[in-house]
Design a protein around this ligand. Structure first.
Ligand SMILES: Nc1ncnc2c1ncn2[C@@H]1O[C@H](COP(=O)(O)OP(=O)(O)O)[C@@H](O)[C@H]1O
Ligand SMILES: [Mg+2]
Length: 334
């Protein structure tokens, strides 16, 4: 697979007042491959935004190297910036411009480089023709608004949009120059559940169109649902990188079964099933940890065979939250 981002031994130390310093990123390395949704998951203050902003060429690192689409972030920031789309954690736009006008404005920022200057004989001064030529052609603008489900709002102002609509419009502005990579910093923070699901759908749609997406989130569920691979970040370090499912599978005893019984049971009762690793039997509740999901039915069969009545049977498989707890020893706070 093609690497589109390569981060090696990245550190960032902020200078604070009175000569103090703060190490926000402490030597992280990772690669992002073409076509994937790559997530950086971690609590507030983990260093996610700092990492993203360095890759986006918005601030320099203290040490380490960053390569985006083959370009070095310190040597060739302009080459990177014209190939990536950035959604910041917060955005402000000019007042009194409609969404359509704002998109034209954003498009003009990017396209002027490609426009051949108009000859003086053709009339029209150069800057004017640059802006004119850089406007959307045909239906492109409407298609972009349709993509983010805001086609009805082309004449509306940003201030009059809901939270979810604002986030989606911000993504539209970051797509005007058809970037290869899109950066989303906490795209669903502060959104209601419906708006969050709409945003997830949009991320999936954009990715299915071939855009590589790198996003940060502090929502476990979001990382598990959206990301092909997740880097778990805490206190400036990346603790693990893998597919969510693999991270979960790496934990031993990944599945917990619990139920109530009408009789007292001991650990020996389950000795015929090798995959039952832990038994916690405190009548009337029994908790088992099993290493294979397939063995759930074997447990049920055993209870039936021995005539043990049971109720309140629940199965809890591990989530990324358990992975985080396992890696850091800390409860995850959203
Ligand atoms: N411009 C800055 N100056 C000083 N400290 C900063 C600055 N930006 C972030 N920090 C600090 O760096 C750490 C990581 O912040 P950040 O990268 O924003 O984390 P996250 O996005 O995971 O919440 C935090 O302790 C934060 O307070
Ligand atoms: Mg952040």
């Amino acid at each position: 697979m093609n690497k589109v981002i390569e981060v090696k031994n990245l550190t960032k130390t902020y200078k604070l007042s009175k000569g103090k310093t703060l190490a926000a990123v402490k030597g992280t390395s990772f690669d992002v491959y073409q076509g994937e949704v790559f997530g950086i998951l971690g609590p507030n203050g983990a260093g996610k935004t700092t990492t993203l902003e360095i890759i986006e060429c918005l601030k320099p690192q203290t040490s380490g190297t960053v390569t985006v689409l083959g370009f070095d972030n310190l040597k060739n920031p302009d080459d990177i910036k014209e190939r990536i789309g950035i959604q910041l954690q917060q955005s402000q736009y000019l007042h009194h411009l409609s969404l359509g006008e704002l998109l034209d404005l954003f498009k003009s920022f990017y396209s002027s480089r490609d426009v051949i200057p108009a000859k003086s004989a053709a009339g029209g001064s150069e800057p004017e023709s640059k802006i004119k030529d850089s406007r959307f052609r045909g239906n492109d603008k409407m298609q972009l608004l349709k993509l983010v489900d805001l086609q009805d709002k082309v004449n509306e102002e940003f201030a009059n949009l809901s939270g979810g609509q604002k986030q989606r419009f911000t993504i539209a502005t970051s797509l005007v120059h058809e970037p290869k990579i899109l950066f989303l910093d906490e795209p669903t923070t502060g959104l209601d559940p419906k708006a969050r699901r709409d945003m997830w759908q949009l991320v999936k749609t954009l990715n299915s169109r071939g855009i590589t997406i790198i996003l940060t989130t502090h929502y476990m569920e979001e990382a598990e649902f959206l990301c092909h691979r997740v880097a778990i970040m805490d206190e400036g370090k990346i603790l693990e990188i893998d597919e969510p499912k693999k991270l979960i599978d790496k934990l031993s005893d990944t599945t917990q079964i619990s139920f109530f019984t009408d009789q007292k049971l001991t650990a020996d009762f389950f000795s015929s099933i090798a995959e039952v690793k832990k038994v916690h039997a405190a009548y009337p509740k029994v908790i088992l940890e099993i290493t294979s999901l397939d063995k759930i039915s074997a447990v049920v069969e055993l209870l039936k065979q021995r005539g043990v009545a049971f109720y309140g049977f629940t199965v809890k498989t591990a989530t990324l939250e358990d992975v985080y707890l396992d890696l850091t020893g800390k409860e995850y706070e959203e």
